[in-house]
Design a binder for this molecule. Structure first.
Ligand code: ZN
Length: 143
């Protein structure tokens, strides 16, 4: 099989504004848990600091992380929401830019809001789970 697929219907859209200092991924997880959101998609822009961004090394089955303590523009953050062990889980990637507008990017492990973070989140009606794929070493979307 080269593809998994699942048709989803949109429950609704939400606009979120995270305040300076907010822990980005836990804040979104808390929102999803509070609203009973079990799948969805999100995109965000703003500025973050203390970002930890990674690259997945398939051979080693682990992430290589780089930390960026300074405030950076969140040029683009995009991700999805699915359930892992009965809790919402956010899989997000980011492109961040520095004071010279140079960009880095990768898998977002953690970040704090440096100025604001403006999120547009689309919630789906259908539940989507993530389950461990032993060959890949990651919990993949179960669709
Ligand atoms: Zn990723």
């Amino acid at each position: 099989m080269t593809m998994g697929e699942k048709e989803v219907t949109t429950r609704g859209d939400f606009v979120l504004r995270l305040e300076r200092g907010a822990d980005v991924l836990p804040a979104i997880v808390d929102f999803c848990a509070r609203r009973g959101i079990t799948s969805g998609a999100l995109r965000a822009i703003g500025a973050v600091e203390s970002a930890k961004v990674g690259y997945y090394d398939l051979g080693a089955k682990k992430y290589e992380w780089v930390e960026y303590p300074e405030a950076m523009e969140a040029v683009s953050m995009t991700g999805n929401i699915a359930m892992v062990d009965s809790a919402p889980f956010i899989h997000a990637h980011v492109v961040l830019s520095d004071t010279k507008n140079n960009c880095i990017g990768g898998h977002l492990f953690s970040a704090r809001v440096a100025v604001t973070l403006e999120i547009h989140l689309t919630a789906f009606n259908e539940r989507i789970n993530r389950t461990l794929d032993n060959d890949i070493g990651l919990k993949l979307l179960d669709v």
